[in-house]
Write a protein that binds this ligand. Structure first.
Ligand code: ACO
Length: 448
């Protein structure tokens, strides 16, 4: 199989959201802390009728319907998620309801978990399967689904929720450059979920930022090294049209891209211009550790990378800024933003993606765009996803209502023997929603 990659995509996020500006006022944070400080506009959240299973049921059934894929054509289904509803039964098995109906139970794959990285693990598994000798000619399907919720406090505005489904196969408009990959994996306690009675993570916010930036640097180093061995020339920011990052909040994405430019400067890449060299020269002798602590470097490199950021990163930021951190779906929602914004100009271009999951696991990898053929074309993917339409038809909740919902969800997490309000008035037709969890913890869903 050649040009294996993403043939089709669908994204779903809850229509319920809260404005970050309103959250600032409600939390008593200084004005601009969430909107400018974190760089976030709005945050989506699940109400009591939605969860990671309902969102992924919606994304998968919508993808199959809109691209006219017979469920029998799926041979592998992989889910990435860090939202634990059951410690044994995978989310994938819930999704089998869609496929059993059409008589297809011959589908490999289960769930992958490591914080926000599970979706990338699932994606690599599917791509590897299609490229392998065990491939049976059918499509792979990857689902990234998470509800990101935090306890009250500084991390709460970095929540979000979404599910993304991606169809995998050969001759894809979004093809993997499989040899171009750099990973960094190590042991850290930056963000983890040791309390099995709570949906909320334990977070060391500052440490998680440093871990993320160190992973960016290390992955980029390995990535460049592999590129140089393969291509016989140096890699620099000018060798890719776009850079897409896992996006816990937009400010960290700005800092990450600035770090890449700093790396190019330290490696003496020929693409780095004189003005940038001048601006970054004072920092050339910092040790690695010092460089993560230096506010002056942060400022100087963000300034120096501003115009490159506007061209190569800004078009990827729409959905993460509007929906928030979607954990496993966050990177792919950023990628979906790029297709939404630029689909007609992407053919032939290279895009670099950076996936990060706390704990920690990270990979930087490369994709190449092709025109594609209907229904698997970039323009059709953009129109199926209908990002602008979905963003526009959302319902804004006041912060009080959001906090009330969080309290109810805390109560419902791990609970049994309840029925939901079954109120699906805010959901679009075709959306799945939770109706009941019975005395045996079995979950039941309906479709609007
Ligand atoms: N106007 C403009 N900017 C402001 C204002 C204001 N009124 N007030 C603060 N800021 C800026 C700060 O200067 C800071 O920016 P900087 O980093 O460029 O200096 C930014 O807003 C955030 O302010 P902090 O005081 O650093 O925020 P705090 O420590 O309260 O919380 C944090 C931020 C740590 C990111 C928290 O939200 C968190 O823990 N989030 C979850 C962890 C996370 O997402 N980590 C990322 C990788 S791991 C993962 O994906 C889960």
């Amino acid at each position: 199989a050649k040009n294996v990659g993403i043939l089709a995509m669908e994204i779903y996020f809850p229509p319920t959201c809260v404005q970050q500006e309103a959250m600032e006022a409600y939390d008593g944070a200084s004005k601009g802390k969430y909107t400018i400080g974190l760089g976030q506009d709005c945050m989506a959240f699940c109400t009591e009728v939605e969860d990671v299973i309902s969102m992924s049921l919606t994304a998968v059934s919508s993808l199959l319907a809109k691209y006219k894929i017979d469920p029998k054509q799926i041979g592998r289904l992989e889910v990435g998620s860090e939202t634990v509803i059951d410690k044994s039964k995978s989310i994938k098995t819930f999704l089998m309801q869609i496929f059993e109906k059409s008589g297809n139970t011959d589908i490999e794959g289960v769930d992958s978990t490591n914080a926000c990285y599970g979706g990338t693990a699932a994606l690599f598994n599917c791509v590897n399967w299609v490229e392998s000798s065990s491939w049976d000619g059918r499509y792979g399907l990857v689902v990234c689904t998470d509800s990101a919720v935090y306890a009250e406090g500084p991390a709460r505005p970095t929540g979000g929720a979404a599910a993304i489904a991606m169809l995998i196969g050969p001759d894809a408009p979004i093809a993997f450059e499989s040899k171009l990959r750099g990973s960094h994996m190590s042991h850290a306690y930056d963000f983890y979920k040791p309390n099995l009675a709570s949906e909320y993570p334990v977070v060391d916010g500052k440490l998680s930022q440093t871990c993320y930036l160190m992973a960016v640097d290390t992955c980029y180093k390995y990535f460049c090294h592999k590129y140089e061995k393969l291509e016989g020339k140096q890699f620099s920011l000018s060798d890719a049209a776009y850079f897409v990052f896992h996006s816990p909040y937009n400010k960290l994405v700005q800092k990450s891209f600035a770090r890449l430019l700093f790396n190019d400067f330290l490696r003496n890449a020929s693409s780095v211009d004189e003005i940038t060299k001048e601006k970054l020269a004072p920092f050339s002798t910092l040790t690695g550790d010092e460089s993560y602590q230096s506010r002056d470097l942060e400022k100087a490199s963000q300034q120096a990378s501003k115009s490159l950021y506007d061209a190569k990163v800004q078009p990827t930021t729409l959905i993460p800024k509007q929906v928030g951190n979607m954990y496993t779906a966050s990177l792919y929602a950023a990628f979906a933003s790029l297709i939404h914004n630029k689909n007609s100009e992407l053919a032939g271009k290279r895009v670099i993606l950076f996936s990060y999951g706390s704990g920690l696991t990270a990979t930087m990898f490369s994709l190449r765009f092709h025109e594609g053929q209907h229904p698997f074309s970039l323009s059709n993917i953009a129109s199926v996803m209908n990002v602008a339409g979905k963003l526009k038809s959302r319902q804004e909740f006041p912060p009080e209502k959001f906090v009330e919902t969080m309290k109810l969800m805390e109560h419902r997490y791990g609970a049994k023997d309840f029925v939901t309000s079954k109120d699906c008035s805010l959901l679009y037709p075709g959306t799945y929603y939770l109706t009941e969890v019975d005395s045996m913890y079995r979950r039941f869903y309906a479709k609007k």
